[in-house]
Design a protein around this ligand. Structure first.
Ligand SMILES: Cc1cc2nc3c(=O)[nH]c(=O)nc-3n(C[C@H](O)[C@H](O)[C@H](O)COP(=O)(O)OP(=O)(O)OC[C@H]3O[C@@H](n4cnc5c(N)ncnc54)[C@H](O)[C@@H]3O)c2cc1C
Ligand SMILES: NC(=O)c1ccc[n+]([C@@H]2O[C@H](COP(=O)([O-])OP(=O)(O)OC[C@H]3O[C@@H](n4cnc5c(N)ncnc54)[C@H](O)[C@@H]3O)[C@@H](O)[C@H]2O)c1
Ligand code: SF4
Ligand code: FES
Length: 807
């Protein structure tokens, strides 16, 4: 039978996904030709945010490489724009003079970024963020220029801003309303997000109407309608998108906001279909991939002349892709007169959750700080589930949050038709079936087979947990190779191995010998390499302060107003009248505006001027508390058996001993510890990286707790009888973490990745613990107090005083 001729205009995410569905259903039905304006094969546009943020490489975001087109017999024309359609003759015409006939035509031309029609818009340095080219322009600009302004505080603008910040630019976000992401978040969540992003270093200019782009040939600033202005070397416009429907309109196809389609993605012209962001369905134009992929499935069936359920529209749901910031929004998010809300707002933990209910049906949700409930709530919205009074009470108190259950418990409790991958609509049941049927044991395998995690990647941890749940130790969830940054293809383990084998002893040497693509590295890899060198060769490698983050270079925490905070070491949180007097005198002498007790039981002198730091340290004459470093921070203690009538162990002394033994030690991420004298746990040992709890006749040691944004309850590592054993196990655990975790990875995340049992297996061997303690002693042996070093050594002090503060 003669194949029908199928043409696709637009080589993007929606069109090519629809083609994949068609090839799955009827691989021999069509002779396929694809036209794409961009000079690339189909790539994952979503991950451009990750490329900009340095978390992915452009080479890794290709979805269908050149071979895929060839293997499927597809003729592909890239860098070629379709300029008109003759629907009567069924011909299309391109800017290269090509004429192509078709039997069926799919339009998937996507969107165009909206550019505000401001005077000066055509100046050099004013761009959108839509494609690989824009991404490259931003990365290039960051090498020469410092000040970026992003116009638009929506999803795209915020992800662009975070990426530019990672590229070491100063970033301001200009937003027209008082609340950012007002299309997805209610005012409470919006303000929480703004505050979190401000902490990360993004500046917000709210309720600002842009009026003019300043500069001669290149942009130098942005002027607002209120007369104020903001300096800018680069302006990124992220104020929304418009369906790219001009080609269709000029060819006589019905267009309103987008190309008008019915429930089968058919336009008003026979044999012409539209899918993706260019299409308007029942008055709605979508700008997220999940609906576009749903549309593609319906169209594929229709075009293959198979029975297809109509496309009836989608529930919108989205997550912001900024690492460390968890934001989810689905369906309705603003309270109305006929909705009632179930709300949780924990200001300590920075968690806000709101679920909107109308007539006992969940119609929307906003989650900030903890988004683990998102799949479950989305399922309720999608299926119009009615909730009982009991469910209403429990809806935000599920397994994932306060009860301390693990991520694995959470995924185990999901029902089989719950969706794991929102972008691609893949359920838990489908993945489990694929794992068994195809013998899959990795996230990559699941991705290839089911499509789960192929788009935004946000569901990867859930897929990994599901694999572990189904396969236990057989699951390969931790050893997938991930380069440490985009300057190299080397993973953390490979880098450490190369350092050891090639005996590399400086950051520069590592970059040179291991063929770094950026000769100076980036803000992600430089501190990481410095840490790995310190860890592998503590005695050989001289710490490279210029590779450290600003707080570690300054040995103090920089504050909002540019001053610093100084936290002296107070072992176990114990002080004395003499010490308190000294601190009070220093605070008075240097007019320290605020003295505060920290969460770790230390005294914090806030607001110290940079130039006063060395003198403050000299006058204090106390060791640094390392409150600024990826290092051993504090050991919090309770009153313990000496004073407390419930105490079974001397927690104060144990805390002091631990702190004295391991102070100053560099670790992949900060380490907080606590010792409680009995299971009442007054020192909150169970939310610390290491928590020690006194019991009758000994101690319990807990690991992997976290009291921050990603709260985690610590898990029991072991029970021991003596104080010496506590020191031995704590030392071994610390060194094992130092040697195996990724730089920047807290113990809680590391443990979630590799599993408690693998740590227990490694440390249960006495000989291993002995060797680990031997190596930690070597690392500790070369450390000295940094404050004293700066005071005593003139050259370091000068260096310190001249250091450029680069946040
Ligand atoms: C930085 C960024 C981050 C994003 N993050 C997310 C996210 O986290 N989650 C999410 O769901 N969505 C996200 N999106 C949105 C998502 O990428 C889009 O919804 C999706 O790519 C749209 O697919 P599409 O095929 O309709 O359009 P596109 O992917 O834009 O593809 C259309 C293609 O058609 C080509 N074309 C247009 N006209 C012609 C012509 N006349 N001839 C030939 N070729 C033509 C265009 O050059 C383009 O390559 C993000 C978008 C960006 C830019
Ligand atoms: N994580 C994700 O899901 C994700 C990430 C990036 C992009 N996207 C998608 O890409 C598309 C583009 O994103 P977007 O953020 O540009 O679109 P958007 O329409 O979601 O947001 C644009 C924002 O710009 C603001 N704005 C409008 N005019 C302005 C002006 N003159 N000055 C300042 N601010 C102004 C709006 O109030 C709005 O908040 C959307 O479809 C979005 O869903 C999604
Ligand atoms: S944890 Fe136990 S020993 Fe420590 S203060 Fe509380 S009750 Fe007393
Ligand atoms: S949720 Fe986006 S890829 Fe799975």
């Amino acid at each position: 039978m003669k194949k029908r001729k199928l043409c696709l205009v637009g080589n993007g995410m929606a069109g090519v996904r629809c083609m994949e569905e068609i090839l799955k259903l009827a691989p021999d039905l069509f002779d396929i030709t694809i036209f794409g304006r961009e000079p690339h094969p189909n790539y994952n546009r979503i991950l451009l945010s990750s490329v900009l943020a340095g978390d992915a490489d452009i080479r890794d975001i290709v979805l269908n490489d050149w071979n895929w087109y060839e293997q499927n017999g597809i003729t592909l024309y890239t860098g070629e724009t379709v300029t008109s359609i003759d629907a009567e003759q069924r011909n299309i015409y391109t800017d290269c003079g090509r004429v192509e006939s078709y039997d069926d035509l799919i339009l998937a031309t996507g969107s165009l970024p909206f550019m505000l029609p401001l005077p000066g818009i055509d100046k050099e340095g004013v761009i959108a963020f839509r494609d690989i080219n824009d991404c490259k322009t931003m990365m290039e600009a960051s090498k020469t220029y410092k000040k970026a302004v992003v116009i638009g505080g929506g999803l795209l603008g915020l992800e662009a801003a975070r990426g530019l910040l990672n590229l070491s630019m100063d970033v301001s976000v200009v937003h027209i309303f008082d609340n950012i992401m007002e299309r997805q978040l209610d005012p409470v969540a919006s303000k929480l997000l703004q505050s979190e992003l401000e902490k990360q270093g993004i500046r917000f200019l709210l309720e600002k109407q842009s009026a003019e782009i300043l500069g001669d040939t290149r942009v130098t600033g942005l002027r607002f309608a209120d007369g104020t202005a903001e300096e800018a070397d680069l302006i990124v416009m992220a104020v929304g998108i418009r369906p790219n429907a001009a080609l269709a309109q000029e060819s006589g196809i019905e267009v309103k906001r987008g190309i008008v389609v019915n429930d089968y993605m058919e336009t008003n012209i026979d044999h012409v279909y539209a899918v993706g962001e260019c299409a308007e369905h029942r008055g709605t134009v979508y700008g997220l991939v999940a609906p576009l992929f749903e549309q593609g499935k319906v169209l594929a069936k229709r075009i293959c002349q198979m029975d297809a359920a109509p496309y009836e529209g989608s529930t919108l749901h989205t997550k912001l892709k900024i690492s460390g910031v968890n934001v989810f929004s689905a369906g309705e998010f603003m309270d109305t007169s006929d909705t009632r809300a179930i709300r949780v707002h924990d200001e300590w933990e920075g968690v806000y959750k709101k679920v909107l209910v109308r007539d006992d049906q969940v119609v929307g949700a906003v989650l900030f700080g903890d988004t683990k409930d998102s799949t479950r709530i989305l399922e309720m919205i999608r299926t119009n589930a009615t909730i009982s009074e009991l469910q209403r009470v429990a809806i935000l108190q599920n397994l994932s949050s306060s009860s301390g259950a693990s991520e694995l418990d959470y995924v185990a409790a999901m029902s089989s038709d719950e969706i794991i991958c929102g972008c691609n609509g893949v359920s838990k049941g489908t993945i489990v079936e694929a794992i068994y049927e195809h013998g899959l044991n990795s996230v990559e395998g699941v991705k290839k087979c089911t499509g789960a995690s192929r788009s935004c990647g946000g569901c990867k941890p859930l897929v990994a947990n599901l694999l572990q749940c189904v396969l236990g130790d057989q699951a390969q969830t931790s050893n997938q190779k991930e380069p440490i940054c985009t300057c190299t293809t080397l993973s953390r383990d490979e880098l450490v191995r190369e350092i050891q084998e090639k005996c590399l002893t400086s950051v520069r040497e590592v970059m040179h010998v291991l063929d770094w693509t950026e000769p100076e590295g980036c803000s992600k890899c430089r501190p990481a390499i410095n840490y790995y060198l310190n860890m592998v060769f503590p005695e050989l490698h001289e710490d490279e302060r210029e590779s450290r983050f600003v707080n570690e270079r300054m040995h103090a925490n920089i504050q909002k107003d540019g001053t610093y905070s100084v936290v002296p070491r107070m072992y176990g949180g114990v002080t004395s009248p003499a010490e308190l007097k000294k601190i009070a005198e220093v605070a008075e002498k240097y007019q320290v505006p605020l003295v505060k007790v920290t969460g770790g039981q230390r005294l914090d002198l806030l607001g110290v001027k940079k130039e006063d730091l060395p003198n403050v340290w000299r006058d204090l004459d106390m060791p640094s508390g390392y409150a600024y470093g990826k290092a051993i921070r504090t050991v919090k203690t309770c009153v313990g058996s000496d004073f407390c009538r419930f105490g079974t162990q001397n927690s104060i002394q144990m805390g002091i001993d631990i702190e004295k033994a391991f102070e100053r030690l560099d670790t992949p991420a900060k380490i907080k510890m606590a010792v409680s004298g009995c299971p009442r746990n007054c020192a909150e040992s169970l939310i610390k990286d290491i928590g020690v709890v006194g019991i009758d006749g000994g101690w319990e040691i807990y690991i992997g707790g976290n009291g921050g944004v990603h709260a985690k309850v610590a898990q029991l590592l072991c029970k021991v009888k003596t104080n010496e054993e506590v020191m031995e196990w704590v030392g071994a655990f610390l060194q094992y973490y130092r040697e195996n975790a990724n730089y920047g990875e807290r113990t809680s995340a590391w443990m979630e990745r590799i599993g408690l049992s693998s740590i227990q297996r490694a440390l249960e061997n006495t000989e291993t613990r002995r060797e680990l303690n031997y190596r930690i002693a070597a690392a500790l042996g070369v450390l000295s107090d940094p404050w004293q070093d700066i005071i005593q050594k003139e050259n370091i002090r000068q260096l310190f005083e001249n250091v450029a503060v680069n946040v």
